[in-house]
Design a protein around this ligand. Sequence first.
Ligand SMILES: [Zn+2]
Ligand SMILES: [Zn+2]
Length: 223
Amino acid sequence: MRLKYDFRPMEKSTRFTFGDQVRDNMFWTLASGVPIWSAWSVLYFYAAANGWVPKLDSVSASPTWFVLMFFVIRFWQSFHFYWIHRLIHVPWLFKHVHYLHHRNVNVGPWSGLSMHPVEHILYYSGVLIHFLLPSHPIHVLFHLFALNLGAVYSHSGFDKIILRDKKTMKAGSFHHQLHHRHFECNYGSEEIPLDRWYGSFHNGTSTASKRIRARKKLIFSRR
Ligand SMILES: [Zn+2]
Ligand SMILES: [Zn+2]
């Protein structure tokens, strides 16, 4: 519990499917996330097998592009997530789609992919980049797995892993934890400072809380 962001346990509440946060989160991950993730994978590899998308057939064909593409994917994943996330915070989409993910105020690993099917379709749509840029199958698999494991990681609810009483590697995202607490801040991830540029950055201080509260008031007064 030393490095847990929120000490409260996962909730049992009628707000969640089956009245239980963990079961709810597992259900939406497995019943909606897995089939939609698989459908995007099948769509890409079917298109690639039929020659409908630009491909990098071997690493030796362009080693520089092969390496560079991993950085492009990381950057793109962050960029795409920010804008998709802003979109589903539009009041109508929030009310009908994104509310499901935000039932989780205190998050756990299963919360990361606990999304409405429409949100899953949008979230995984980042793989469309491989329909435009020449990709090796390893790029696409890296991207597809990063989308899943990244969400588990960013919702783990813990800051670091402790090994033999020493803090070792990072295990969660304080940035996104704050998004679940305050809603109208930190829409993106920390790789690209889009939240800083658009005034929605929250660093966990009380000054930032005040600023975000004022921002929330403004947003809700416009609705
Ligand atoms: Zn989240
Ligand atoms: Zn959100």
